[in-house]
Design a protein around this ligand. Structure first.
Ligand SMILES: Nc1ncnc2c1ncn2[C@@H]1O[C@H](COP(=O)(O)OP(=O)(O)OP(=O)(O)O)[C@@H](O)[C@H]1O
Length: 344
């Protein structure tokens, strides 16, 4: 059974609909990340689940129980929100024990739990340290320990790594994923960073203007974005309207004929070509290298083709042509996806 269920939940701020009939289910022990651009309703969704924002229609159920009328502090949730900063006047231990004290957990039991959590989040023995003297990453760990302390049935994270630099973020995401697996924690997290969501989540939910645009495992969403919006949000730029020929092995596109995977449904579509689906070759579409972006193990080429919109191509570092060079590129059908044409 799902631990959390949202059934056609809508939230309006005056005339503005921030959530529009959202359905969502989170299974026990599952980590779900809600992704989406700014203003798409991610935080509103978390706040509605937490009981911090009233819902206009629909139902939020936790373990099958409708939460209508249940105040936030009785929902059994752990919250790690951007606006829930640590208490600067309390030390690390005092911050983590806060929720336990509210629940009248005996002092020695609370101390044991604090020590155990500090161990878990990689800050053993930090009880007496002042939170003001901690680095950003350490503060984030303390905030996480504080949210986990009362053993919430659902942990909710809002932009958990917002202020941290990329390197630290990447490390924390890996650690958290392991931690949640070990503890069997059920997690609903919100982020606008797709890399973070894909690394942390069992399932991602992409939001667009208060609605769910797509739900799936990171691999499913990455391999097959539901539409142009999701594709663009994931950073794909090689998109063009096209017509898949009957027989389904090639499409007519502004770039010319492009091979598509066998069995692609014929007809009008939006064609997505992943950057890895373009190879420099001896023949094929002619294009000028406008710019090159260094991506560590490869170079992203920004190409102006002889016809059709600009293209991005991933190219191994050692083979990368120079800026201004004219190259020829071929398309790899395995990296081409036909998406439905966006009605908007
Ligand atoms: N308290 C509020 N009063 C009025 N409108 C609000 C309020 N909070 C959010 N909104 C509006 O509701 C919509 C959804 O906002 P929300 O904060 O949920 O988006 P978000 O996806 O979390 O954005 P961000 O990534 O910028 O935090 C936005 O249009 C926002 O302007």
């Amino acid at each position: 059974m799902s631990l959390l269920e949202l059934d056609k939940v809508s939230v309006a701020y005056g005339p503005r609909t921030a959530l529009d009939a959202v359905d969502l289910a989170v299974a026990e022990h599952e980590t779900v990340c809600v992704l989406g651009p700014s203003g798409s309703g991610k935080s509103t969704l978390l706040r509605a689940v937490a009981g911090l924002t009233g819902i206009s229609t629909g139902a939020v159920r936790l373990a099958g129980r409708d939460q209508a009328g249940v105040p936030a502090h009785r929902r059994g949730l752990g919250l790690m929100f951007q606006d829930h900063q640590l208490f600067p006047q309390r030390d690390v231990g005092g911050n983590i024990a806060f929720g336990l004290r509210m629940r009248r957990v005996p002092r020695d039991e609370a101390a044991r739990r604090v020590a155990e959590l500090l161990e878990l989040v990689g800050l053993p023995g930090a009880e007496r340290r002042s939170v003001a003297a901690l680095s950003g990453g350490e503060q984030q760990r303390v905030a996480l320990a504080r949210a986990l302390a009362p053993r919430p049935r659902l942990l909710m994270l809002d932009e958990p790594f917002g202020q941290l630099d990329r390197d630290l973020r990447e490390r924390l995401v890996v650690e958290l994923r392991q931690l949640f697996r070990t503890l069997g924690t059920t997690v609903l997290a919100v982020t606008h960073d797709q890399g973070e969501a894909f690394a942390l989540a069992d399932r991602v939910v992409v939001m667009r203007a208060g609605r769910v645009a797509q739900t799936g495992t990171p691999v499913e969403v990455w391999r097959r974005p539901a539409d142009a919006f999701v594709a663009r949000f994931l950073g794909f730029r090689n998109l063009a309207e096209a017509t898949v020929r009957s027989g389904g092995a090639a499409a007519d596109t502004p770039w010319g004929t492009v091979p598509v995977p066998e069995g692609t449904a014929p007809g009008h579509c939006l064609l997505l070509v992943r950057p890895s689906g373009l190879r420099t070759a001896d023949d094929g579409l002619s294009a000028t290298v406008r710019a090159r972006t260094f991506r560590g193990d490869h170079v992203l080429l920004h190409l102006a083709p002889e016809r059709g919109p600009l293209l991005e191509a991933a190219c191994p570092l050692r083979d990368a042509p120079a800026e201004g060079a004219t190259v020829r590129v071929r398309f790899d059908a395995a990296e081409v996806v036909a998406l439905p044409v966006d009605p908007s």
